[in-house]
Design a protein around this ligand. Structure first.
Ligand SMILES: [Zn+2]
Ligand SMILES: [Zn+2]
Length: 417
């Protein structure tokens, strides 16, 4: 499959914006990496090319390394998208003109961040279908211990070589699927935010992403059978979700309550968790689906409304410790204030409809289990007794309206039963 800007960019969308991306070409095909030079020339890039690998991807099965001007190999062990990762790469760069990230989501974030700082183009070459960040215009960086999504540049070209991706270790697949299943939650959060506060929403971008997530949901059997078309579908969904963030101008179409739980764990607030990003998002998605369906069952919320109270500073300090100043700063203008009780009562039927449309926890869990993935907190090494705290703390990772955050003005009992 070869995609160009014409396949998803539109001028004058019904939402009032034009949706553009700087990604010029996306190729999802077996063997496409060997044609890196040809693709770059066709797009008019004649600069010197520096390929960046990590020690795992340099020798990945199915990978034929393309001819480039220079190669950099970062140590895969303990490589994170943080200050150290950025310094490791910056220390090896010698007047680079164009960077090619050949590897994981983490490697992509480091390369993307450096390319943005240096103001040079970069090319994305995912080596496994693990995460939706490859084609995005944001880098998920941990700076000063705080997980942040920074707006940076998107790749100019994406080469998803299915010969490499389908040969990647099997346990990586459910991570990518988990990141995709999370879209059902964040799209619901976005739609609810729009319904209750009039927040900007684009039904075109939402439907692009939802369709891609549905393809992954219904394609799980084929993926379990290692069908190459199913890998193409999963990779397409992950790339598209990344593009959706660029089309929207922020990560709203790709990240909601489920990602906030994952980010909280990545920041090591309650517990340190080494599981892959998509594994955490997958498990968090199951929890969100369970809670959101439970909330949707409540037809009359009139007796469950709690008056809005500002976020308690001592409470944030107690739970977030050294990260408290950042958290307080992030939530300075608490987005929850924008919801009035009248609006919530008036629109409740609409909220219920949005939440009911999310696939059930059983359906989502079946997909992850079928693929040998992790389907509960214990599987990813997180103590199950922390679930309630994950629910109450995670919304503050990002000042973004989610149904999870609304639980502060909506008291619904027995959410975990
Ligand atoms: Zn639009
Ligand atoms: Zn993600």
């Amino acid at each position: 499959m070869v995609l160009t800007q014409n396949d998803f960019c539109i001028q004058g969308c019904t939402c009032g914006k034009s949706h553009l991306t700087t990604i010029q070409k996306i190729v999802i095909e077996s063997g496409c990496l060997t044609a890196l030079g040809k693709h770059l020339r066709e797009l008019g890039y004649t600069q010197k090319v520096t390929a960046v690998y990590d020690t795992n991807t340099y020798t990945a099965s199915g990978l034929t390394r393309p001819a480039v001007d220079s190669e950099i190999i970062l140590p895969a062990e303990n490589l994170h998208a943080d200050e150290r990762g950025v310094e490791l790469l910056r220390g090896k760069l010698n007047q680079p003109q164009l960077l090619v990230a050949i590897g994981s989501g983490t490697l992509h974030d480091i390369v993307r961040y450096c390319a943005s700082q240096l103001n040079i183009p970069f090319v994305s070459v995912p080596t496994a279908a693990t995460v939706d960040g490859f084609a995005s215009s944001v880098a998920a960086m941990t700076l000063n211990g705080f997980k942040k999504t920074l707006i940076v540049q998107a790749p100019v070209l994406v080469l998803a070589d299915l010969a490499v991706i389908s040969a990647a270790p099997r346990h990586l697949v459910p991570a990518g699927v988990g990141d995709m299943l999370g879209k059902f939650i964040c799209l619901a959060d976005w739609e609810v935010g729009h319904l209750l506060t009039g927040e900007y929403y684009c039904s075109y971008i939402a439907s692009l992403t939802r369709k891609a997530a549905e393809q992954v949901l219904i394609g799980a059997d084929k993926l379990a059978a290692k069908d190459v078309d199913a890998y193409e579908n999963l990779m397409y969904g992950l790339i598209l979700s990344g593009i959706a963030m660029q089309l929207a101008g922020n990560s709203r179409p790709a990240s909601g309550a489920e990602h906030h739980i994952s980010h909280l764990l990545e920041m090591g607030v309650l517990q340190h968790c080494d599981a892959m990003h998509g594994e955490k998002v997958g498990v968090a998605t199951l929890l969100c689906s369970q809670i959101y369906h439970k909330i949707a069952q409540v037809d009359d919320i009139s007796g469950k409304l709690v008056p809005y109270k500002p976020i308690s500073e001592p409470w944030i300090q107690e739970h977030f410790g050294r990260l408290a100043p950042e958290i307080l700063n992030e939530n300075h203008a608490d987005c929850l204030q924008k919801i009035s009780q009248e609006q919530l009562l008036k629109s409740w039927g609409g909220v219920q409809d949005i939440l009911r449309a999310i696939p059930s926890p059983q359906q989502l869990s079946d997909v992850l289990v079928k693929l040998g993935g992790k389907a509960n907190f214990k599987d990813i090494g997180v103590d199950c007794s922390l679930t309630q705290q994950l629910i109450s703390l995670s919304p503050y990772v990002r000042n973004r309206l989610t149904v999870m955050r609304m639980l502060r003005i909506l008291k619904i009992e027995h959410l975990l039963e």
